[in-house]
Ligand binder design. Structure first.
Ligand code: S3P
Length: 427
């Protein structure tokens, strides 16, 4: 689908972002493992999270859909899962595949996991290696690095594992497998990544020890069923926050958005760039803080980002690059080699597409250098990457002339209502 975007006079109003994607996946998976009926509201109704539900149903889990964003999931403990009759399809969703690898490693049966073209190219050895060390058998292309993957689990032993890359998906997979092992599993992080799994496991009554950059839990603990209201996705809100900052006549208020600090690195960076952003914390839901964030037209300056900040804003780099492309001066993004193995190689695809709009970008092996300037409309491509598609729409709002975003349908992976939410702000 081609999407035409024109610069808008003004950008004003309120947004309630859709439910958090990372928490939605985890809520569904943990509910499936719990002992009884869980109720989820604010579940993200998007392709990625539907992939998780479909896979869980393939494993024999009962999921009742009770209207927009509301689900009832009947868990029967980990031993309630059944050998799937068919291949489990994670679609475009890395979180679905990697977290389920952790679950399936603890199951005595045989299962096969696959995904779309993008997901079948993404590295899975980072999960398969530690799970094999715990005793799971995993096969796949490239020695088990690429899906389709076959898994025969069960009989796991605990592990003390230092993650080679900061990854919440790998951390979560090991913790899920650790729940099936007898004894204490320890995961050490090079840099803290998002901690939704730890928070939700605690919410389910699992005792989990969180020290600096080290998480441990004892296996064979039961998960209590739960009721959860999932806050809005900060990564979805990020497109509007950046749009407000870069647009000359904008003021946007985002309500009910998750404010977990392992996710909100973008706020730190935008503030550092001179953005007029305000944060109003309101409370916590299932251990996750949420609140209101407002942003308005700002004079942004370039900045330098790297180190421990990167995992806290890794998914926001596509839209942050748009901000950097129109900020005053230079922005340097480093320590972000993980961008290369996201839904697309985001270092390459961002540079390729933003250059078509006049941005000056130099790519680095682990990031990019952007020189601020102005953007002009162009025909650009999403490369099937939802966050790239939405970042390009934001660029189109401030570019001179018309921008056409090709392959924009992939926005449905994380945010099917993105365009209608945006249209409500256009003045
Ligand atoms: C996610 C973790 C991150 C992130 C992804 C969602 C999660 O990936 O980029 O969009 O829900 O755990 P990594 O775990 O590979 O860092």
């Amino acid at each position: 689908m081609d999407l035409r975007v024109r610069p808008t006079q003004a950008l004003k109003g309120e947004i309630i972002p859709p439910g958090d994607k990372s928490i939605s996946h985890r809520a569904a998976i943990f509910a499936a493992l719990a002992d009884g009926l869980s109720e989820v509201t604010g579940f993200l109704e998007a392709d990625d999270c539907r992939s998780t539900l479909r896979c869980l149903e393939g494993l024999g889990v009962e999921v009742e859909r009770c209207g927009e964003g509301t689900l009832k999931i009947r868990g029967q403990g980990p031993e309630g899962l059944r050998e799937p009759e068919d291949v489990l399809d994670a679609g475009n969703s890395g979180t679905t595949m990697r977290l389920l690898m952790g679950v399936l490693a603890g199951q005595p049966f045989y299962s096969v996991l696959t995904g779309d073209r993008s997901l079948r190219r993404r590295p899975m050895a980072r999960v398969a290696d530690p799970l094999r060390q715990m005793g799971a058998q995993i096969w796949g292309r490239e020695g088990g690095n690429l899906a389709p993957l076959s898994i025969k689990g069960g009989g796991l032993r605990p592990i003390d594992y230092s993650l080679p890359v900061a990854s919440a998906q790998v951390k979560s997979a090991i913790l899920l497998a650790g729940l099936a092992a007898e004894g204490e599993t320890v995961v050490r992080e090079p840099v803290p990544a998002r901690d939704h799994s730890e928070r939700l496991l605690e919410f389910c009554g699992v005792r989990i020890k969180k020290e600096d950059w080290k998480i441990s839990l004892w296996g064979r603990q039961r998960l209590r069923p739960f009721q959860i209201r999932i806050p809005g996705d900060f990564s979805a809100a990020a497109f509007f926050l950046v749009a407000a900052c870069v647009h000359p006549r904008a003021e946007i208020v985002v309500r009910n958005v998750g404010l977990n600090t392992t996710r909100t690195g973008l706020l730190t960076v935008l503030t550092d760039m001179g953005a007029e952003i305000r944060v109003y914390p309101e409370g916590t839901s299932a251990g996750e803080p949420y609140g209101v964030v407002s942003a308005r037209s700002s004079n942004l300056r370039g900045t330098k980002i790297g180190g421990p900040l990167i995992p806290r804003l890794i998914d926001e780099i596509p839209v942050l690059a748009v901000a950097a492309a129109v900020a005053e001066g230079q922005t340097v993004i480093q320590d972000a080699a993980e961008l290369k193995v996201k839904e697309s190689d985001r270092i390459a695809t961002l540079a390729m597409e933003l250059r078509k709009m006049g941005a000056r970008i130099e790519t680095l092996p682990d990031g990019m250098i952007l020189e601020g300037g102005t953007l002009h409309g162009a025909v650009v491509d999403s490369h099937g990457d939802h966050r790239l598609a939405m970042a390009l729409v934001v660029a189109g709002l401030i570019a001179e002339g018309e921008t056409v975003v090709r392959g924009a349908e992939c926005m449905a992976v994380s945010y099917p209502g993105f365009m209608s939410d945006l249209e409500a702000l256009l003045k």
